[in-house]
Design a protein around this ligand. Structure first.
Ligand SMILES: Nc1ncnc2c1ncn2[C@@H]1O[C@H](COP(=O)(O)OP(=O)(O)OP(=O)(O)O)[C@@H](O)[C@H]1O
Length: 293
């Protein structure tokens, strides 16, 4: 069973169509990154997954249940770290832990030990004095302390400096590997997605334009420099989608595609082309190719 499945999901806010025929499959046990530019529909997707809103059309299941119908039961199985986490500013870190322990029946002592050693949080201080990074870490810890099956994070490292971001991601990766957990997070920070996710989806204008394993995308996306015979051009390439093409001179093109290299070479040969050079691209540039208009 997949942890999350969206099939043809649409969501409108009045006249604004935030999601349009969105499809997504999050495998159980994966660390999944949903990436897209501002306004592409990441937060809307998360709100639907949490059952905070209903889709206008399409089918959505989370941990095998329908969020808008089974919301209460489902939310106990999900840990959620919102984009903006500012909880009870006048309580100290320790008071929050005691509160959380009573709510979920977990051990305060174990919480204190882990938060001080692993998360490095000053528990005697009021939350109001915590930095953004500290509050995010506390949010992560609280979400994890309910022992969820699925952890959802909305742009978890937005606004954190690179050192704090790296600490946060390290803690997230360690905590994930200690548990049998699916992690789903939205981000527009490419480097972190590349670092910790095994699977990603790229979103543009309310729908997924690509979903695959990070390593597979990096291994398959290539820029081919191809010389075409007289009367031939990239237009003659069949069965493989060309992501971008650029004429270098009258008969030579740079052609970019996500494909098995052998299949690509065969497709070029069948189209009257000879591959002169093959180049890879950094992950952030590949992302741009899919989301830029
Ligand atoms: N409550 C709302 N009312 C009207 N339009 C909305 C509402 N919430 C979101 N939208 C619109 O829906 C679209 C998707 O927004 P959403 O917040 O899901 O995108 P996002 O990818 O999370 O963006 P960001 O990266 O900026 O957080 C945008 O065009 C946004 O303006």
């Amino acid at each position: 069973m997949n942890a999350i499945e969206m099939i043809g999901v649409s969501k409108s806010y009045g006249q604004v169509r935030a999601l349009k025929d969105m499809c997504l499959t999050v495998p159980t046990g994966s660390i999944f990154g949903l990436m897209g530019p501002n306004g592409s529909g990441k937060t809307t997707s998360i709100k639907l997954m949490l059952g905070l809103m209903e889709p206008t059309a399409g089918s959505l299941t989370v941990l095998g249940a329908i969020p808008s119908g089974d919301g209460m039961v489902l939310r106990r199985r999900i840990g959620f770290v919102p984009e903006d986490f500012s909880l009870y500013p006048h309580m100290t870190g320790l008071e929050i832990l005691e509160f959380n322990a009573r709510l979920y029946g977990c051990s305060v002592q174990e919480n204190v030990r882990r938060l001080q050693t692993v998360f490095e949080l000053p528990l005697a201080r009021k939350i109001a004095t915590y930095s953004k990074g500290m509050r995010k870490l506390l949010g992560l810890y609280i979400a994890l302390s309910t022992e969820p099956e699925l952890l959802i994070l909305d742009e978890p490292t937005d606004g954190l400096d690179p050192v704090v971001r790296s600490h946060f991601l390290g803690v997230l990766a360690d905590e994930t590997s200690r548990r049998n957990l699916t992690v789903f997070f939205s981000s527009h920070i490419l480097s972190e997605v590349e670092k910790i996710c095994d699977t990603v989806a790229f979103m543009r204008a309310g729908h997924t334009v690509l979903q695959d394993e990070v390593e597979s995308i990096k291994a398959q996306y290539r820029v081919y420099t191809v010389r075409f015979g007289t009367g031939h051009s990239p237009r003659d390439v069949k069965n493989i989608t060309i992501q971008r093409e650029r004429a270098l001179d009258q008969d030579t093109w740079d052609v970019e595609m996500l494909a098995d290299q052998e299949q690509a070479r065969t497709a070029f040969a069948d189209a009257g082309g000879t591959v002169l050079n093959v180049q890879s691209l950094p992950f952030d540039e590949i992302f741009m190719r899919f989301v830029e208009v």
